[in-house]
Design a protein around this ligand. Structure first.
Ligand code: SR1
Ligand code: MG
Length: 399
């Protein structure tokens, strides 16, 4: 029986030799800890020729970016590996491959994706990956449809909801998305110049009611096995490929949460672009980002609808027209959660490189102001933004 211990670089190499599935395990000789996320250790394992071959990822018993004062369950490693295995079953092209995992050591071995780049970094540099949004939409549709009540047997679905009950990680999302940005909170990270705007969020009764409803649905609508953290930092892209990683926030929740998080991060980049590059380049990059938003939604919705028509197993849910009716609710949720993502990434704790990289402080404040305003509009107007064209029009109106 393995017992938890925090891996050293040498432990990671030894583990990769055992479980990395490489032909000549002894050729693995070195590792480098490359984790730059908020939570875990991530080791890249190299062979004698200096090629990286596999990744070993281990959860720490606390939140890495804060320290031991914020303990966090190791069970998140099991959840992450098992969510990715299930999503990989339904969408192998766009899900990172898990080669091995051990829940007690809170460790997993994954395929190496060093030939790809994290999408957020590429968006910040203004690099375009024209296929990525259609691939992301396809991933969302396949992963979410096949784990929903349309497709899963009711007994299996209920057992899976228990297996993926993830209270501690959900608690982080519940706090960071739906509480802290709307309170005076020490973890918030907005620029001081925006204090009046932040205060106006706290005092906006209509907004607070809508955020309460979104949180309530996050608590209680077990629609599908979510990835739980679909942002552009959890997505590798390359020439005509894309891979989702980092599913430790996975649980059974509202489908619109995953789709809205994805769109929200694209729109944060849209808001940040004028601070990241010259006006002409920014204008071009913004058009590409709006196209990414459109294509992500459209490819998700088209595929999801096709799957409901062709593969629904529940006799009532398979009734013609129900798939489309359900998708309309998902659209509404998507807009709301997209709005909360825009606000939590700018007002709250989890600030992103798109904004942090802006050097000009005045420009940074303006970009953040725009993201917050857009987030608020989407939360408030979710029920009145009828389709993707109307969303794009609202984004343009916002500035
Ligand atoms: C304390 S964890 C903060 C954020 O990092 C993760 O990637 C999630 O987005 C989470 O909300
Ligand atoms: Mg992550």
């Amino acid at each position: 029986m393995s017992q938890y211990r925090t891996f050293t670089a040498a432990d990671a190499v030894e583990y990769a030799r055992q479980y990395g599935g490489v032909e000549n395990p002894e050729s693995l000789v070195e590792s480098q800890e490359i984790g730059d996320g908020n939570l875990n250790l991530v080791f890249k394992i190299f062979d004698r020729d200096g090629n990286s071959r596999v990744i070993v990822k281990q959860a720490l018993p606390y939140v890495r970016c804060v320290g031991e004062s914020w303990p966090l369950t190791l069970d998140r490693a099991r959840i992450e590996a098992e969510v990715l295995q299930i999503h990989g079953q339904y969408c192998p092209e766009y899900t990172v491959k898990i080669l091995h995992h051990d829940p007690e050591l809170a460790v997993m071995v994954m395929e190496d994706l060093s030939h790809l780049a994290i999408w957020r970094g590429e968006q910040v540099k203004g690099r375009d990956y024209p296929q990525a949004s259609a691939q992301l939409g396809e991933y969302l549709a396949q992963a979410l449809f096949h784990t929903s009540d349309f497709y899963q047997h009711p007994y299996q679905k209920k057992a899976e909801v228990i297996r993926f009950t993830n209270p501690e990680l959900c608690d982080i999302t519940e706090e960071l998305f739906f509480n802290e940005p709307y309170e005076v909170h020490e973890r918030n990270g907005y620029p001081r110049a925006l204090e009046p705007l932040a205060a106006s969020l706290r005092d906006d009764d209509e907004l607070r009611l809508r955020v309460a409803a979104l949180k309530h649905r996050f608590f209680s609508h077990a629609e599908a096995l979510l990835h739980g953290d679909v942002h552009s930092g959890s997505i590798f892209v390359g020439d005509n490929t894309l891979k989702l990683i980092d599913a430790e926030f996975g649980y059974y929740g509202p489908i619109g949460f995953d789709v809205g998080s994805a769109l929200g991060n694209l729109l944060i980049n849209y808001c940040a672009l004028p601070g990241l590059m010259a006006p002409r380049e920014a204008a071009d990059a913004r058009e590409k980002r709006l196209s990414d938003v459109r294509v992500t939604w459209q490819s998700f919705a088209d595929r999801f609808l096709t799957l409901t028509a062709e593969k629904s197993r529940d006799r009532a849910l398979a009734w013609p027209g129900y798939g489309a009716a359900f998708l309309r609710k998902v659209w509404c949720d998507t807009l709301g959660y997209c709005g909360t993502e825009l606000i939590r990434r700018t007002v709250g704790m989890s600030q992103v490189a798109d904004i942090k990289t802006i050097e000009d402080e005045v420009m940074k404040v303006e970009c953040v102001r725009q993201a917050i305003a857009l987030g608020r509009t989407l939360i408030l107007a979710a029920e009145h933004v009828d389709n993707i064209d109307a969303l794009i029009a609202r984004v343009r109106q916002n500035g």
